[in-house]
Design a protein. Structure first.
Lengths: 114, 110
């Protein structure tokens, strides 16, 4: 089945700095990847849809200048949290879908901004 | 707007005590309904996709069913390792976006 690799699994950064999270599809090409955010005891909230070779599509209320998404190849999408603040602390998860399978998720990244 | 409501929020079962989790949904046109399992601090793990009312799928102790308004995840003779949060999600026809419910946290006690 499809495998999605996400790195890092956790990161702590200082307020005002930027953090990059990588999401890779292994053994399959993903023209579309999705980025979610999950708060404790809450559901996954879609932040944006990442399209290879074009601009990401952001959900309403998500700041595209704060959450930069780059999908430079068919197997790699990155999410950069710019000028991070404590309120950006959360669990970020990416997903992709290989034809014939359901949506596969990465293992998630726990971001803590101090 | 697509909506997914899962119940109960939490469920505590004795090992071997079978039960069902509910997922009620509202979607303009269903392309697919998904069930996932999520362990603490991990990404969701895919379990099933259901496409049309009447469809059923099974995997080990889990069985998912689908009607036009809801889906059930039946757990037969659960074991402690089945403890996790179970998420339900829907995708509407013509859209890539998947909408998730808030999940049911299952605890199976030995």
């Amino acid at each position: 089945g499809a495998v999605v690799s996400q790195h890092p699994s956790w990161v702590i950064c200082k307020s005002g700095t930027s953090v990059k999270i990588e999401c890779r599809s292994l053994d399959f090409q993903a023209t579309t990847m999705f980025w979610y955010r999950q708060f404790p005891k809450q559901s996954l909230m879609l932040m944006a849809t990442s399209n290879e070779g074009s601009k990401a599509t952001y959900e309403q209320g998500v700041e595209k200048d704060k959450f930069l998404i780059n999908h430079a190849s068919l197997t790699l999408s990155t999410l950069t949290v710019t000028s991070a603040h404590p309120e950006d602390s959360s669990f970020y998860i990416c997903s992709a879908r290989e034809a014939g399978y359901g949506y596969t998720f990465g293992s998630g990244t726990r971001l803590t901004v101090v | 707007e697509d909506q997914v409501t899962q119940s109960p929020e939490a469920l505590r079962l004795q090992e071997g005590e079978s039960s069902s989790l509910n997922c009620s949904y509202t979607v303009s046109g269903l392309r697919g309904l998904f069930w996932y399992r999520q362990d603490p601090g991990k990404g969701p793990e895919f379990l099933f996709t259901l496409y049309s009312a009447g469809e059923e799928k099974e995997k080990e102790r889990l069985k998912a069913t689908l009607t036009k308004k809801e889906s059930f995840l039946h757990i037969t003779a659960p074991k402690p390792e089945d403890s996790a949060t179970y998420l339900c999600a829907v995708q509407a026809t013509g859209y890539q976006k998947v909408t998730f419910g808030t999940g049911t946290k299952l605890q199976v006690i030995p």
